[in-house]
Design a protein around this ligand. Structure first.
Ligand SMILES: C[S@@+](CC[C@H](N)C(=O)[O-])C[C@H]1O[C@@H](n2cnc3c(N)ncnc32)[C@H](O)[C@@H]1O
Length: 215
């Protein structure tokens, strides 16, 4: 295993994180042992952050980051953040009460995950958790995804923090060219934040980019 970014490993062209709960899978991923350590396969087709790492983005996540994660779903990607954040916590916001059940179960087994039933459009709904975060990630399929991200970053990201925004062109328009949609999103985001990285997720996801920002 080669550590390619903090807590993220590559072996035979596949990504892994060190399993914080040895013996337990989260979404059917493979478990691999090497030199007495168990790793979980991080499947790029199931995780936009995994795809971004595979496509070469330095995501800037450190083991001591406290993370605000918007669009937590049942915790597929969060489970890998949980492996990486040996000293940090993840507050995972999800607005579907059926989808969040998987995340609640995951949080029962992993101490660094706090599931929050809330709407990312209303950042004041999760004020009771942390005041500020080192890292904000958003993956929600909404037409106003850039506006939601900017609002959360401005409220919650530390001045020296990092944000990642997964942009799904097809939730903004079914018919317009993806490139045009990405340009529009970048324009909106860069009015308020600095875009410091960008990666197209093809072939893992079609019509998706991930933007990396600084406040
Ligand atoms: C593509 S899935 C996220 C997958 C997850 N990031 C992963 O990789 O494991 C998007 C999720 O965002 C949630 N969502 C959409 N709009 C939201 C909002 N306004 N606030 C919170 N969650 C939202 C959806 O219910 C869905 O579960």
């Amino acid at each position: 295993m080669e550590e390619v970014q903090p807590g993220i490993y590559l072996s035979r062209d596949k990504l892994f994180t060190e399993n914080a709960r040895p013996g337990e899978k989260v979404y059917g991923e493979a478990l691999v042992r090497e030199d007495g350590v168990e790793y979980r396969r991080w499947v790029e087709n199931r995780s936009k952050v995994g795809a971004a790492v595979k496509k070469g983005m330095d995501i800037g996540l450190r083991p001591d980051c406290n993370v605000l994660y918007l669009g937590a779903a049942s915790g597929t990607t969060i489970s890998h953040f949980s492996d990486i954040l040996t000293e940090g916590v993840i507050v995972g916001v999800e607005y579907s009460d059926s989808v969040i059940r998987g995340l609640v179960e995951l949080a029962e087994e992993r101490d660094n995950i706090a599931p929050v039933l809330g709407n990312a459009r209303n950042p004041e709904e999760y004020e009771e958790y942390l005041d500020k975060y080192d890292y904000v990630f958003q993956d929600i399929s909404q037409r106003d995804q850039p506006e939601i991200f900017v609002k959360n970053v401005k409220k919650y990201l530390k001045d020296d923090g990092i944000g990642l925004l997964a942009v799904k062109a097809r939730s903004i328009s079914d018919s317009r060219p993806a490139e045009e949609i990405f340009e529009e999103v970048k324009e909106k985001v860069s009015e308020e934040l600095s875009i410091v990285g960008e990666v197209d997720l093809a072939p893992f996801e079609k019509d998706h980019v991930v933007l990396k920002i600084r406040p």
